[in-house]
Design a protein around this ligand. Structure first.
Ligand code: IPD
Length: 294
């Protein structure tokens, strides 16, 4: 069956805006709201996450009954990404932000086929920011009636020099144990520290609290680099298309991994630039040394 990616994108935009209405209407910080923990006290889910995923799932099943569905709140353990087309949905990325009223929160909707993101739609209703991309057609940020092509402010024409000129985004994630945590601690400290030995520190370290929005900010050119180990395919599926269409680069989050499968859970995203993307990746990996995240 031949599906039109443009039609898919239009439907995903409609569903994203509806999800936004549900987020704006919810009051997840109130004392009567149900906030459940999943794997630990930093892994949260609200009634709104579940309600949004259910309504998006049924709308997509009605419009595209032959396309599979993979969602953060309903996925089966061990469910694998195949070559077949699949809608990949995170009803709320940045659930912790959502509960705390910190406005970096979004819904993330993607169509993935051949293990590649074909359409990506991300909507942050609190800031009215809609990011969209269709493979081969560029990516855009729409706020109100203003639609801008990504990257913003001509960032794609700016070369990347080295990490000392970069805003680097990196998340702690919710799994704060073991080897991955130790590696993150070490890398954060090295990047942030004022160095006595003449080495340079980065302009800033940021952790916005949403893997999706971090990648979109890199696509926009607002953050130069984003590194994470531990994100899931639904956190990045839509943003992958948005970042690539903007001219960004995605490598794996471990030294040497140029190939970064969408479900690989470890990512190093670099903003669109006229030159220097691969050198930044190499420099970042050298900060990691020979350690590898699981
Ligand atoms: C999480 C957020 C967080 C990132 C985690 C994600 P959720 O998604 O994107 O910033 O560090 O890896 O799982 O739970 O808010 O959908």
């Amino acid at each position: 069956e031949d599906i039109s990616l443009g039609d898919v994108c239009d439907l995903l935009i409609k569903l994203a805006r509806q999800a936004g209405e549900l987020m704006l209407a919810a009051d997840p910080g109130s004392s009567t709201a149900t906030v459940d923990t999943k794997q630990n006290t930093a892994d949260l889910v609200t009634e709104t996450d579940k309600a949004i995923e259910n309504s998006i799932r049924s709308a997509l099943a009605e419009a595209y009954p032959s396309i599979a569905f993979l969602g953060e709140e309903t996925h089966q353990q061990g469910q694998q990404l195949t070559l077949a087309p699949v809608f990949i949905v995170d009803p709320i990325d940045g659930t912790t932000n959502f509960i705390h009223g910190y406005p970096h929160v979004c819904v993330s909707l993607a169509l993935v086929a051949n293990r590649e993101s074909q359409v990506g739609v991300v909507y942050n209703p609190f800031l009215d920011q809609l990011y969209t991309a269709i493979k081969g057609q560029g990516s855009f940020l729409t706020t109100g009636s203003r639609r801008l092509r990504l990257p913003l402010r001509g960032a794609g024409a700016q070369p990347l020099k080295d990490l000392s000129t970069c805003v680097v985004a990196a998340e702690w994630g919710y799994d704060r144990r073991g080897q991955n945590f130790e590696i993150k601690k070490g890398v954060f400290a090295k990047l942030a520290a004022a160095r006595e030995d003449g080495g340079k520190m980065v302009h800033a370290l940021r952790a916005m609290g949403s893997a999706t929005l971090n990648m979109c900010a890199v696509a926009a050119g607002q953050q130069d680099v984003y590194w994470e180990g531990g994100a899931w395919v639904w956190d990045v599926a839509a943003a992958y298309c948005i970042l690539k269409e903007a001219g960004g680069l995605i490598a794996g989050g471990n030294p040497g991994d140029w190939d970064a499968p969408i479900d690989g859970r470890k990512y190093l995203a670099v903003r669109p630039a006229s030159s220097g993307q691969e050198d930044i990746v190499k420099e970042f990996w050298s900060v990691m040394g020979d350690q590898k995240m699981e």
